[in-house]
Design a protein around this ligand. Structure first.
Ligand SMILES: Nc1ncnc2c1ncn2[C@@H]1O[C@H](COP(=O)(O)OP(=O)(O)O)[C@@H](O)[C@H]1O
Ligand SMILES: [Mg+2]
Length: 291
């Protein structure tokens, strides 16, 4: 394998691990449409679940009904989680962060959520989440009705939904870079750009790197996805140039993943376990070094 992937630390399982450096971190996953953001979020969440780390997946993609519900739980679930934007009073109360940068607040409260984070079990009813052991899925909100308006208010929920509990928060964003224009990454600890093996993803990576200049060093990292051969991985790294140093792993093209998209079954985490574990190890190392 190529040099960039050799820096992976040794994977240590579950209770033996002294520290869990990703706890309380907010990790935003972004990239072009179809690059594999939701799939990577689900795979990382399941890998964390396997390690026994409490993980909250926040679905921040307002346009993709049931995507993560299917990936994490399968389509047999009784109901989708109630959109969090309703907890905050709906789109009539929550504003777009461009029109109004004021932080998200609870209904009838003045203290912004980022100053007093949400206590999951105490504040949010069970209807706002799908739960399986240490794993929870929350949804920021969805565009459900014709003429509903822009998804800016939903993005404010993504930006400001800080959680009091000791959890890893994985946030699945919509495609493209509009959320950067809205300064959504402001409250993120890590940003993961998912790149499929296309020139478009290389261009998006460059754009992400420009945005990352406004963030603390070590915030932006890249994951290659759907690599079909070592030659393809090498070509992507060549095209990425200096940005190759930010690549923390690669997930190959896996046949079974597409099949479950049609069956409605939840993702079989074992299909990519060998590729995702080292990425999680690497993220833990990065988080530990950042403190
Ligand atoms: N590593 C992979 N191997 C094979 N198929 C993949 C892989 N990653 C994603 N896919 C497939 O690509 C499609 C888009 O993935 P998805 O995670 O929905 O992308 P995004 O959330 O970025 O739009 C889905 O059909 C998914 O099953
Ligand atoms: Mg998606």
């Amino acid at each position: 394998m190529l040099e960039v992937f050799e820096m992976t630390s040794t994977h240590v399982m579950g209770a033996d691990r002294p520290a869990r450096p990703l706890l309380r971190k907010r990790i935003l996953v972004c990239g072009k449409g179809g690059s594999g953001k939701s799939t990577l979020v689900a795979l990382l969440a399941m890998a964390l679940e396997q390690r026994g780390d409490s993980v909250v997946v926040l679905d921040g993609d307002a346009s993709n009904p049931e995507g993560l519900v299917r990936l994490l739980f399968g389509l047999g679930v009784r109901e989708e989680p109630k959109p969090l934007i309703e907890f905050f009073g709906g789109t009539r109360r929550v504003t777009c962060p461009v029109d109004d940068p004021a932080p998200l607040t609870r209904v009838g409260d003045r203290v912004p959520v980022p100053e007093r984070p949400i206590a999951l079990a105490r504040e949010l009813g069970a209807e706002y989440m799908l739960t399986r052991g240490v794993l929870r899925l929350l949804q920021a909100g969805k565009i459900e009705t014709y003429g509903q308006g822009c998804d800016g208010p939903i993005e404010k929920v993504v930006r400001d939904l800080l959680i009091e509990d000791a959890v890893v928060t994985l946030i699945d964003e919509k495609a493209g870079v509009e959320h950067f224009g809205r300064r959504i990454p402001e409250r993120m600890d890590l940003i993961l750009g998912v790149l499929d093996c296309t020139r478009e993803s290389v261009s998006i990576a460059r754009r992400l790197a420009e945005f990352a200049r406004a963030m603390p060093p070590g915030t932006l990292w890249l994951i290659l996805n759907k690599t079909e051969s070592e030659a393809m991985t090498a070509r992507m790294l060549e095209l990425l140039g200096d940005l190759g140093a930010r690549v923390i792993g690669a997930v190959p093209l896996i046949d079974g993943l597409t099949q479950t998209a049609l069956s409605g079954d939840r993702l079989d985490a074992h299909l990519a376990q060998g590729d995702v574990e080292p990425i999680l190890d690497r993220l833990e190392t990065i988080a530990a070094e950042a403190g």
